[in-house]
Design a protein around this ligand. Structure first.
Ligand SMILES: Nc1ncnc2c1ncn2[C@@H]1O[C@H](COP(=O)(O)OP(=O)(O)OP(=O)(O)O)[C@@H](O)[C@H]1O
Ligand SMILES: [Mg+2]
Length: 449
């Protein structure tokens, strides 16, 4: 990082002396003899730190400070002051000066101060970089999917992100529920506040309760001091209640109250705690069915279900598979220092797999394939058995939830006949049907051999 320091003082000796000291820091030094000249220079050259005298002709130190705070908020300002004007220097600090030094300036003190300023600047830059990285990671660009069902999901995410409405995300394991929850948070006005994820299925309900709501000192054995819960930690931000379907009715009552009143008591406490938290919940069950079966409170269901996002399983959006494959390929090639393509055969196997573990499973498969492949291409032999052993793509049929048994049968008969070039005798044998039965079914399903 190149550094520039500006010294503003009407005394030539001070300027030259400070310049001589500060050159040892490796910074570029710019000199100005009063505030006016300083402002002119600032107009043409960015400066990281200004060291400025207070009393100067024309534009004095205080006035310069005002201008700098207004127009160059990134520039740090240090006041140089005589003994008599310390009070003014303190005034300047209130206006946003970084610090002040008393003249004659102690060289060591000055060097330390400059070091501290640049350290803080570096920290700030690092924070900003991390922040941008987080924004990228959870921005829409990193969520892969161009299939119609995913476009629908994105559209809804865009609409709900800016609001504070509760969202219920439903989807099978590995479909990206947490990814979507984060995308909502990081595209909302709450993005700079915490995103707190709690897995409601991972803890016993008693532990979960104190985890969510915190506890007072002495609330139970082992509660040696007061502990804030995740709801308090998420204040101003978003709480992600994962596997919400696993909660007990007692806990559901407490959750309902937080959602309704944005208020709760810590375990063992009586004083209500107010919070401003947006709730996103996720489940891989069909929560409405849980309600109908009496396992999930209806009132809580409706509170959570203000906006509902259903994440489609990967097998229902095969168009996304090649995109995800390339996305993970790029990611893991970078991680493992490889440069690989996916062979057409391997791609076709990947695209025809049913993916019971959805995107997470695909991700794992891609990582192992990148590690296992030795040549320039990922080959079928680099894929796990269960994927290689799938039916041959050309003559396979695709079963999906929502299809009737008759649909499946029709598909199977059609595919078998196609594969056997219309040979009905062979087809009947392969299908384990009597020839007459096959004829009847061909008629019933209106299949032309
Ligand atoms: N659309 C997507 N684009 C890129 N990566 C995705 C996508 N969907 C999921 N992933 C990745 O797949 C993995 C699983 O996603 P996530 O943890 O969000 O799933 P989940 O639905 O919460 O699963 P579970 O129900 O098992 O908790 C993560 O590594 C995530 O980064
Ligand atoms: Mg999850």
């Amino acid at each position: 990082m190149s550094k520039t320091i500006m010294i503003v003082d009407d005394e030539k000796n001070t300027r030259e002396g400070l310049k001589w000291v500060l050159e040892s820091t490796g910074a570029e030094i710019v000199l100005a003899q009063d505030g006016e000249q300083a402002l002119v220079r600032l107009g043409t050259q960015p400066v990281d730190v200004i060291l400025s005298d207070l009393k100067m002709p024309r534009v004095d130190g205080m006035e310069l400070l005002d201008h700098v705070r207004e127009e160059f908020p990134e520039t740090d300002f240090v006041i140089l002051t005589g003994h008599g004007t310390v009070e003014t220097a303190v005034e300047a600090m209130k206006k946003g000066a970084f610090d002040y030094l008393i003249k004659p300036v102690n060289i060591e003190e000055l060097q330390l101060l400059i070091e501290r300023i640049f350290e803080q600047k570096a920290l700030k830059q690092e924070n900003e970089r991390l922040r941008r990285e987080v924004d990228d990671r959870y921005g829409f660009d990193s969520i892969i999917g161009r299939s119609a069902p995913m476009e629908g999901v994105f559209e809804k995410v865009r609409q709900v992100a800016p609001t504070r409405a509760s969202v219920l995300i439903q989807g099978e394991t590995g479909t990206g529920k947490e990814v979507i929850a984060k995308a909502i948070h990081f595209n909302s006005p709450r993005r700079r506040k915490p995103f707190i994820a709690v897995n409601c299925g991972a803890l016993s309900q008693t532990l979960l309760e104190s985890e969510l709501f915190g506890h007072e000192k002495g609330a139970f054995t082992g509660a040696v001091k007061q502990k804030p819960g995740r709801f308090e930690l998420a204040h101003g931000g978003t709480i992600f209640l994962d596997e919400i379907g696993e909660t007990t009715p007692e806990l559901q009552v407490r959750l309902l109250r937080v959602l309704q009143e944005q208020e709760f008591e810590r375990v063992g406490g009586t004083k209500p705690v107010k919070v401003d938290v947006r709730v996103i919940a996720a489940t891989n069950r069909d929560l409405k069915k849980e309600v109908d079966a009496g396992r999930f409170r209806e009132d809580l269901y409706y509170r959570l279900n203000v906006i509902r996002l259903d994440l489609p399983p990967l097998r229902e959006r095969p168009d996304d598979i090649p995109l995800l494959v390339h996305h993970f390929l790029k990611h893991f090639c970078k991680d493992h220092g490889r440069d690989l393509e996916v062979s057409p055969k391997a791609m076709s196997l990947l695209q025809n797999h049913m993916w019971p573990g959805n995107v997470r499973q695909l991700r794992t498969v891609m990582e192992s394939a990148v590690i296992l492949s030795t040549g320039k291409e990922i080959l079928p032999k680099n894929l796990p058995d269960e994927i290689r052993n799938d039916a041959q793509p050309a003559n396979s049929i695709r079963l999906r939830v929502g299809m009737t048994v008759a649909d499946a049968e029709r598909e199977l008969i059609r595919a078998t006949l196609t594969e056997l070039q219309g040979n009905k005798a062979k087809a009947a044998r392969l299908l384990g049907l009597g020839r007459k039965t096959l004829y009847r079914k061909l008629e019933e399903y209106e299949i032309e051999a």
